[in-house]
Design a protein around this ligand. Sequence first.
Ligand code: FAD
Length: 563
Amino acid sequence: MNRNEILSALKNKPEVSVLIVGGGINGIGTFRDLALNGVDVLLVEKGDFCSGTSAASSHMAHGSIPSLENGEFRLVREAVRERNRLLENAPHIVKPLATAAPIFKWFSGLLNAPLKFFGMLDKPSERGSIVIKLGLMMYDAYTGKQRTVPHHRFFSRKKSLAKWKQLSPKIVNTAVYYEGAILQPERLALELTLDAESENPEARALNYVSMVGGSDDTIILCDELTDENYDVHPKLVINAAGPWIDFTNRKLGLPTRFIGGTKGSHIVVRHAELRKAIGENEFFFENEDGRIVLIFPLYDHVLIGTSDIPIEHPEEAQCTDEEIDYFLKLTRRIFPSLSVTRENIVFRFSGVRPLPRSTTNAVSQVSHDRSIEVLSGDWTNLRFPVYSLVGGQWTSFRAFSEQVTDKALAYLGLTRQKDTRALPIGGGRGYPREPGEVTRQIESLSAWTGVARERLKVLFERYGTRAETIATYMNGGTDFIVRSLPDFSLREIVFLAQHEKICHLDDLLLRRSTLALLGRVTREMTEELARVLGNALGWNEEQKAAEVRRTLSILADRYGVQL
Ligand SMILES: Cc1cc2nc3c(=O)[nH]c(=O)nc-3n(C[C@H](O)[C@H](O)[C@H](O)COP(=O)(O)OP(=O)(O)OC[C@H]3O[C@@H](n4cnc5c(N)ncnc54)[C@H](O)[C@@H]3O)c2cc1C
């Protein structure tokens, strides 16, 4: 069903078993699991899917080493397992990531770690080699026999400086271990949504629909594209609004204070020397102030982050000049001979961690644990319970979704039929395991679709095994290269418009592709793509021009991109 069909079906039948508010990774993960288990479930997202915090992450599928210091061993073990599952189930998007931790001290943190563990130290401080070694041994133990990624290694100062020539000579050594890189989180979330809908026709997901109020047995939704309101009658509401959870509960007359969000920003830089200096390694390390920061290989660019600043209103999260100074300084600390400046920044972004409200003074010590907060009973003025999903991490979304789904199934009197542990995601289905196999698959696909090998290679990198469906579609009509964007073709864009729930031009530039993230967008491109998308989606000339204006203003205001 397309968007209009879903909305008109809602008018005729407003009853739904589960309504999920929020299309970030936690809402979408739960949507998929409920759909898989036969539940009629409706998800609404006020913007585009995966446009809130889930679009602002550090792109890591990681076991969260710093959580070891907080004594959150269960979380770390789970995150390591979930990281491995993502590598297995979404190999087209989640790739193994060698992670180097440059270390500046031998012993620091030896006393701090146990103090933090027993909750007696609020201030973060620099961790030394020995503490990191102990942490990584535990980490490897959690990876266990699976060996999805190799175990950690330590490199002496001499070997480190030989391996990374630009690295600061002030280091005492480096530790190298493996995590996962989630290269296109927004596409991963979208593919989960599409999987859910194709699995269960009673699972429907709508972007640009917000929950605006409700009482008794009714929730009021508003279509953000037309301003039209819709009533729905759910048996259960799942509030997956991330940092907006309390704002969303308030719309239902529930005065909660579950979230104590902290803002984190990143910059994307185009700097050939820095990109070469890091190789295929992420540098994940402790800055002088005790904060964990990263320099991350993002395609041919470099991602640098992140900050951790308390914030009340998620809409106000912006990457500020002070944060940029902080990122440039931390880069100089690790690679002192390289000059990375503001001119190298092509994109910046910011998001708010939906963390549980905490009493500790140090933001980096706030727990990354999660909970399902249940609100029900006469005092709520609602005839259905509301589950609020507080906390969590991108990496562990599947486990969190499973926990929420089990609870929802029990409430609805249903039993689990399927589980998601080994379930491939989107273009990860049937993805070749060996590099040679990819080439063979491309060869045979080229032979029967008639699409050139080079082009298929690009499609495979973008969409995994969904490349086959897209290439078949492309071959079904006359196709042209997009003039301002020669590695895309007209029918590829039309496919995305018709099958990937695109409502606005910025959905394509920011979330269905990496065009904006990697600083590739030009004014000419926005105009050309508005025409292509507009023709596919039935926009008139005025709408096309409005889409260009909207995109230019979003890029400038939220991402520091002036065109
Ligand atoms: C700087 C930073 C770095 C991070 N790095 C990592 C990392 O490397 N690895 C990792 O595992 N995790 C990381 N995380 C954590 C991870 O990104 C978040 O935990 C996760 O994305 C939260 O997802 P969510 O679905 O709960 O929230 P969100 O993604 O914010 O989704 C909530 C959605 O609800 C929608 N919404 C709000 N109100 C309404 C309404 N009334 N009606 C309809 N929709 C509504 C919003 O538009 C939003 O899209 C990072 C977080 C930050 C901020």
